[in-house]
Each structure stands twice: as C-alpha cells, then as structure tokens.
Ligand binder design. Structure first.
Ligand SMILES: Nc1nc2c(c(=O)[nH]1)N[C@H]1C(S)=C(S)[C@@H](COP(=O)(O)O)O[C@H]1N2
Ligand SMILES: [Mo]
Length: 388
C-alpha cells in the first residue's frame, strides 16, 4: 500500500466509524488525504534519548524476561499487535508446568472450596473483543514498548467468581503461579490483585484462554489469564491458579504495593484503600516522517491516544516548551480501548532538538501521566526548508 492509499483507507475507516452504531468519531479540521497531497516521503526519523534495546524479540528469563512492541509500525488500518510482537513483562517460570495447571482453586468466603477446570474455560470461551494492555512500568527509554493490542477470547470473570459465595464476601483476590528459579533484579515475585465485583463488572474483566485466535502462549499466561479493559497490565494476572473470596479487611498484595510505589507513591495496607488501577487518557507520537513538498520540508507526525473513559474531542500538540499548544490536524478517536490515531503535519522553523508533548484541553478529563510529561518524546530535526 502506498502513502496515498494508506491515507485514503484511514479516511474511509474514519467515515465508517462515524456511521457505526457504537463507534464515535471526532475528526478535527482537515481530512487526512489533504495533509500529504503533493508531498514525497524521504524517510523516518528515530526518537532521541531512547535506548538501543531489542524490539519484538523475547530476552531474559522469568521475572526479568521482556519483549517490547515496536509502536513505530502502527497504522490506523492495523490496530492489532501480532501475538509474536505483543509485549511480555515476566516470562513463564521455569518451574511452571502448564500441562499440570489443569485447575483454578476457588476458596475463602465460599460455602465450600471447589476447583474450576481450565479445559472447561477453554471450551466455554467466546470472543471478548479487542483490548489494549499497558504495563505501568512502560517508559521512554524502551520506546514505550510495554504496550500492545490483541483480540481476546475468554469467559466473563464475574460469572465465575460469584458462585457459591458467602454474603460477607465483598472482594475477590485473583492469583497466578509465581514461583521462580531465579531471583529478580528488578521486581518482586507475586502477581495477585484484589478487586471489587464492581471493578470486574465495569472493566468487563474476563479470564482469557486465547489471543488473536490462537491458544494463549506460555509467556502470556497459558492456560488462563485475567484481562481487564482500561486497567494497567499489572492487574492482568497470568497463569491464574487461585480465586479467593475476601471481605473489606483484605490486605493489599505485594503486586499492588509495587504498583502503588510506581503510580501513587504512597503505601497503603489494605486493598480497599486503592483506587482502581485504570489508565488515564494518554497520547504520544509513534512515528515522525520527513516529507518534501516542492522546496518545503515538513514532518509528518503520527501518534496514538489511549486510556481514559470518554471522547476527548480535542487533542493538542506542542514541539517545544516555549511554544503554544495547537490542535492536531487529524484525530480519529473511536473508543478509549484500544488505541486510536492522530496525525499532524509539522513545519519546524529551526533544526536541532525538539520535545513533542500532547495535551487534552479539557478540565474534565484526567490525564496525570500525560500532563506530567511522562509520554514526551524528543526528536532531532535534521533539516528545515522554505515554506511556500
Ligand atoms: N502471574 C503473573 N501475572 C502477571 C505478571 C507476573 O509477574 N506474574 N506481571 C503482570 C504485569 S506487571 C503485566 S504488565 C502483564 C503483562 O502481560 P504480558 O506479558 O502478557 O504482556 O502481566 C501481569 N501478570
Ligand atoms: Mo506491568
């Protein structure tokens, strides 16, 4: 597909989304086909101040095992991440025998403990939609590669956890297999999380058994993992082996404490003290291309927006702290989950280093990480040209 066809298809997709029963669409200013008319693409720049790390290939083991998604390849017509490129944070333990992980134990405040057979979940699984996952530890240095989107299948979590429950149960602790051969250099072992029933309902939580039409791979939590729409990946427990019904006195897990240290910066003893670990509205550039229009040099900036819980309608960009924010030329937000796209044709007036930052200019939209500069990216502009 050439550039023009690409833009045409994005535009077509935008129109279709506008007509869609569920989709909502906010197109700002110009239509994309106009943006690049008469131009010629000369190449793609790389972001400055980011490390030279392996992308889309697993490295390291167990708790320190990672694989990063290359977001620079994203385009509006291909929002899903192929499974082999989906990020990994914690690779399967060498001690974990997935063929023996045939049951999930349900205990705690239930009339009688019982087991759920994972093969029953695999059989009952239905398509559960396209969802984004982002690690709370996502970072610029690794090109923000701890974020991906897949098509999932599974079983609604609420259906499963609420069986044989005693009336005093108000929360549910979901745990996964977390014993490792090797000590970790960077994180505490033990992924488990305490949810309210309302958390599971509002996030459409499900126990996933397949992604992108294939059985869940080992590193992504086979045979069964949890997925919550709009919550950070740290809550999406892999290798699920336990469901414990608890009440409001349940302590926060070590995984919740680790997350708290990363996001909320305060230590809280009880699960009930935690705010839902939802992703605020966020946005960033993923690719900057150099274009020539006659004698003028311009830069085509493609980005994504994700997180949040409402249509933002307006997204603004700035290329230097001394500049004013301006509305992006094109924005097509279809939903908060998974990611959507924006684009901007930028004509810098000087060469050298620039810092790209996005802003949602709405007081009613919370965007803590975005507003703190967490998703800023820097770029070195090699050439500026006469504008016509
Ligand atoms: N059992 C278990 N589940 C886990 C983890 C873990 O260390 N152990 N890591 C969590 C974190 S921090 C993230 S971001 C997601 C990553 O899921 P992925 O590797 O499939 O992308 O899994 C979550 N589930
Ligand atoms: Mo994470």
């Amino acid at each position: 597909m050439n550039r023009r066809q690409w833009m045409r298809s994005a535009f077509a997709a935008a129109i279709l989304a506008g007509l869609d029963r569920t989709g909502w669409l906010w197109a700002q200013q110009q239509s994309t086909p106009d943006l690049l008319r008469g131009g010629r693409r000369e190449g793609t720049l790389t972001f400055a101040d980011e490390a030279n790390v392996p992308m889309e290939q697993p490295f390291g083991e167990e708790l320190d095992g990672r694989s990063y998604t290359d977001l620079s390849r994203l385009a509006p017509e291909s929002v899903k991440t192929p499974t082999a490129a989906f990020y990994v944070r914690t690779r399967a333990s060498g001690l974990f025998e997935s063929d023996k992980a045939s049951t999930i134990r349900v205990d705690g405040l239930v009339s009688e403990p019982y087991d759920i057979r994972t093969e029953d979940l695999v059989r009952q699984a239905k398509p559960t939609g396209t969802h984004l996952m982002e690690c709370a530890g996502n970072a610029r240095v690794i090109h923000f590669g701890l974020m991906s989107v897949a098509d999932w299948s599974g079983v609604p979590a609420l259906d499963l956890v609420a069986r044989r429950m005693k009336p005093q149960a108000t929360r549910v602790l979901i745990s996964g297999f977390d014993q490792y051969r090797l000590p970790s250099r960077s994180s505490m072992p033990g992924a488990s999380w305490v949810f309210t029933f309302d958390d599971l309902k509002s996030s459409n939580a499900f126990f996933a058994t397949a992604m992108n039409g294939q059985p869940l791979p080992r590193d992504h939590g086979a045979p069964v993992r949890l997925v919550l729409s709009g919550w950070y990946g740290c809550c999406c427990i892999k290798w699920v082996n336990g469901i414990t019904l608890v009440d409001d006195s349940a302590p926060a897990t070590s995984q919740m404490q680790e997350y708290a240290a990363r996001i909320l910066q305060t230590e809280m003893p009880l699960a009930r003290d935690f705010r839902p670990a939802t992703i605020d509205q966020a946005a960033m550039p993923v690719r900057i291309e150099k274009w020539r229009f006659g004698s003028a040099v311009r830069y085509y900036v493609v980005g994504i927006l994700w997180g949040g819980s409402r249509a933002i309608q307006s997204l603004q960009v700035r290329f230097d702290p001394s500049e004013e924010f301006v509305p992006v030329n094109w924005l097509e937000q279809r939903a908060n989950d998974p990611w959507s796209f924006w684009a901007h044709l930028w004509t810098p007036v000087r060469t050298g280093r620039h810092t790209v930052r996005l802003r949602v200019a709405r007081p009613d939209v919370v965007a803590r990480r975005l507003d703190a500069g967490y998703y800023e990216r820097t770029i070195d502009i090699p050439e500026v040209g006469r504008t016509t």
